[in-house]
Each structure stands twice: as structure tokens, then as C-alpha cells.
Design a protein around this ligand. Structure first.
Ligand code: NAG
Ligand code: NAG
Ligand code: NAG
Ligand code: NAG
Ligand code: NAG
Length: 275
């Protein structure tokens, strides 16, 4: 029986090696998307996360197009994005592109919010009439007081996304760095042009919600262009590849609206004209 005993130890040893080389230390991140750290438990994981379970204005939500409220006072989504010297970071729960403060801004109700970072969720977090898309991009902006607004693009599989092509090599590098990247060391990504993300938006949805990850802070203004963008299946896979298995599906389930309305801006239905 010594031989089989030896085999068992060998197998155990292999498992340990396998685990230690492929599962990184996710120290610091307290939440996940499955099991006992999954979205249903976020509110219980830290005293700083109680909004996640107690909040009444949480995101994401399912947007029902039959219940949209057209608001003629809403303005076009003014954005002046340019090119920014960016860095790519593996946050463990998502991949983000940080852009410093020079990437541009979005103006909402006359207030300026500066683009800080963008990150991806797969599959999409918001759904439209119950339909979930393969990917969602969150462009996170904030003002000087820390108020947050997000411009969120939904993606379906199709033609290559030109924005993504600029960071493809850097993503591969992030993937190759494995656990080292997870320590949160930003990888310089060089100048990334935001121009393809500022194309005129003819129609978008707006509502007030929250961050979709802990601490789930509220009063976040969401702006979701109705036109769905496209990327290839390979691009979507490359965006998620650097993440550990349990974080490659990183969408929070849709939350109750609790009577919130979603407003609709439509360029051709009497909204203020684009300058
Ligand atoms: C979270 O904690 C509260 C109070 O301790 C408890 O009532 C609730 O069931 C817990 N929720 C989950 C999902 O475990
Ligand atoms: C809550 O957040 C504050 C400020 O970021 C931090 O100092 C504190 O340690 C956090 N508490 C817990 C229980 O994580
Ligand atoms: C974008 O516009 C804001 C004013 O809304 C201005 O402060 C900022 O410098 C502009 N950024 C760029 C990159 O043009
Ligand atoms: C922005 O933040 C300030 C300070 O926290 C707050 O008083 C104000 O109401 C916020 N504005 C918006 C539009 O959320
Ligand atoms: C861009 O940022 C990197 C750090 O991420 C820095 O090393 C580099 O000098 C910057 N390039 C320019 C032209 O500012």
C-alpha cells in the first residue's frame, strides 16, 4: 500500500503546486460573484458594504423601453474626450483603464464630471427588456465633490471595436504577468485615444442608481446610450482573460427599481438641439 500512499501524496503535492501557481492571493478584495462572497452576501461582508443590501437606489437595473419617460429638457451627452496617457490595472474583480485627469469630461445639467477610469463587465449588468448583452463598458466620471456619473456602453458580438484594438497588446501583457498584475501595479498603456467613444449619441437612457460593486454607493447618475456597440468574441475574451476564473463573469444581478423612472433623451423628439 506504500506505493498508492506515495501516489496520493504525489497527487496532493501536484494539487498544491497547481493551486499555488494558478490561484493568486486576492488579499484585500472581500467580495466576489459566486458562493459565500457573491452579490447576495455583499451587504453582510463588511460594515462599509451595507448599502449593497439596504440601499433603495441600487444598480444595475432592467430597463423596460415601454416605461421610459421622455424628458424634452434633457441635453445631448456632451463629452470632449481626447487622448490620455493611461495605465491598465487588474483590480481582481475587473480590468480597468485609468486615465489621469486629462482624458476629458462629460457635462450633465451644466456640471462637469471628469473621466477617471473605465472598466468592463461580462456579461452586461444592465439589461434591456430582459435582454442581457455579452459585455458592458463603464466610463466612470466624477466632479470635484466626488459625485459620480457613469456612461455605460452595451456591446454585442460583431465587428472589431477600434477602441479595444489600442489596448490589445497591453492586455496580453497583463495576462502574462498573472499574479504580479493582481497586486495592482498599473501597467503603462501609453496614449489611448478616446475619440471613438465620444461619437454623437442620438438616444440615451438616464436614471439615478449606485456603483455596481461594493460599497454600492448611491447617487450615481447613469447614462446608457441606446445604440449597442460591437466587438468581436475574441476581443471580449481577451478583456476577461487576465482575471481569475471566478471573476470572469462579473455582473451583479439586476436590482429593484423601487419606483425609480428611467428618462429618455431622443435627439429627434424635441430635445434641445446639439450645438
Ligand atoms: C445578512 O445579515 C443579516 C443580519 O445579520 C441577516 O438577517 C441576513 O439573513 C444575512 N443575509 C444573508 C444573505 O446571509
Ligand atoms: C471602512 O472604510 C474605512 C474608510 O475607507 C476604513 O478605514 C475601514 O477600515 C473600513 N471598515 C471595514 C470594516 O472594512
Ligand atoms: C473638457 O471640457 C471641460 C469643461 O467642460 C474642460 O474643463 C476640460 O479642460 C476639457 N477637456 C479637454 C480635454 O478638452
Ligand atoms: C455633489 O456633492 C455635493 C457634496 O457632497 C452635494 O452637496 C451635491 O448635492 C452633489 N450634487 C449632485 C448633483 O449630486
Ligand atoms: C505616460 O505615463 C507613464 C507612466 O504610466 C510615464 O512613465 C510616461 O512618462 C508618460 N508619458 C508621457 C509622454 O507623459
Amino acid at each position: 500500500m506504500a506505493a498508492s500512499h506515495g501516489n496520493a501524496i504525489f497527487v496532493l503535492l501536484l494539487c498544491t503546486l497547481f493551486l499555488s501557481s494558478f490561484a493568486c492571493d486576492s488579499g484585500g478584495v472581500k467580495f466576489g460573484y459566486t458562493g459565500s462572497v457573491g452579490p447576495a452576501y455583499w451587504g453582510n461582508l463588511s460594515s462599509n458594504f451595507t448599502r449593497c443590501s439596504k440601499g433603495k437606489q441600487q444598480s444595475p437595473i432592467n430597463i423596460k423601453t415601454s416605461e421610459l419617460v421622455h424628458d424634452p429638457k434633457m441635453e445631448p451627452l456632451h463629452r470632449n474626450y481626447t487622448a490620455a496617457n493611461a495605465t491598465l490595472v487588474d483590480n481582481i474583480f475587473n480590468i480597468a483603464l485609468r486615465c489621469g485627469d486629462a482624458a476629458g469630461a462629460v457635462s450633465i445639467n451644466g456640471k462637469k464630471y471628469t473621466l477617471k477610469q473605465m472598466h468592463w463587465h461580462s456579461p452586461s449588468e444592465h439589461t434591456i427588456n430582459g435582454h442581457r448583452f455579452p459585455l458592458e463598458l463603464h466610463m466612470v466620471h466624477s466632479d470635484d465633490n466626488g459625485n459620480i456619473t457613469v456612461v455605460a456602453f452595451l456591446y454585442r458580438f460583431g465587428r472589431p471595436d477600434p477602441f479595444f484594438s489600442q489596448i490589445q497588446d497591453k492586455l496580453a501583457q497583463l495576462y502574462a504577468e498573472g499574479c504580479k498584475a493582481e497586486k495592482g501595479t498599473p501597467l503603462p498603456a501609453g496614449f489611448v485615444s478616446m475619440l471613438s467613444l465620444r461619437q454623437h449619441v442620438h438616444m440615451y437612457y438616464r436614471y439615478v442608481g449606485s456603483l455596481t460593486t461594493p460599497p454600492c454607493a448611491e447617487n450615481v447618475i447613469w447614462n446608457i446610450p441606446a445604440r449597442v456597440r460591437e466587438m468581436t468574441q475574441q476581443q471580449a475574451a481577451a478583456l476577461m482573460a487576465p482575471l481569475e476564473e471566478g471573476y470572469r463573469r462579473n455582473n451583479r444581478p439586476t436590482q429593484r427599481t423601487n419606483g425609480r423612472t428611467v428618462q429618455l433623451y431622443h435627439r429627434f423628439w424635441g430635445n434641445k438641439k446639439s450645438p
